[in-house]
Design a binder for this molecule. Sequence first.
Ligand code: CO8
Length: 258
Amino acid sequence: MSKFEFIETTIIDGVGFIELNRPEVLNAINRGMVSELVSTMKEFDRDDHVKVIVLTGKGRAFAAGADIDEMAQDSPIDLELLDQFAEWDQMLQVKKPVIGAVNGFALGGGFELALSCDMLFATETSQFGFPEVNLGVMPGAGGTQHLTKIMGKKKALEWLWTGEKMSADEAIHYGIVNRLIAPELLIEETMKFAKKVAKQPPLAVRLIKESVDKAVDYPLDEGMKFERKNFYLLFSSEDQTEGMNAFIEKRKPQFKGK
Ligand code: CO8
């Protein structure tokens, strides 16, 4: 029996696996789901048994957006006092790799959740989009920011203003999705990749993520300095000694994450 109402979680071979679990409403993201998701991500981030996190949705959607039924009657004051995005934003602080496996729809808040992942695997039938404009609103969990950083202002506006659905091929074209996989193999292949990353030296993986994230926001010279500090820092790790000694001694390294 899962300890959660809206998600299911398990740990398999160093991979923390999270499934959104409201398939009857295409995994519409309600407030309880955000709380469960964020607390699990933070728990996995601290758990030494977890090296990589994989996020997916049960049924025929990754997530079809925020729960419209829950949101429909909200006033601006309700939203301000709820301050739900403070919780949401904590997902972006996760230091371990987060890989999304997008089955079916990733719309609205569901697309924002997908864009918060470090990498995305999807299928030919996956569909992405920001239909908020059709509801008289707009993305509120980073959609305008993430999409614009990925595809530039002009293209982002096209998708955000029309609310049209983006096909998996278009998502590949824009660099939103890493790989398209046959639907029946999506989880298996995503897990295979996640397990491969889970075997890599965790500190190096962590500092690579941190440095790549900085490349998005920092000017090049600042980013280069940031990268270099992390490069130097890794020379104080046991894994650096082990990795280089193993190469010289022609054996497989045993990484400890220290
Ligand atoms: N909220 C609540 N219920 C939903 C949602 C949703 N976002 N999406 C689907 N459902 C429900 C439907 O109401 C339906 O329920 P029921 O069977 O009781 O009628 C069930 O899921 C199945 O959906 P459909 O029958 O509509 O399935 P179709 O295959 O015909 O259509 C679509 C699939 C195209 C995905 C369609 O369901 C749809 O358009 N959904 C809404 C998509 C949308 O507008 N998303 C944006 C929501 S707003 C938002 O995300 C703001 C984000 C702000 C940040 C939030 C952070 C948490």
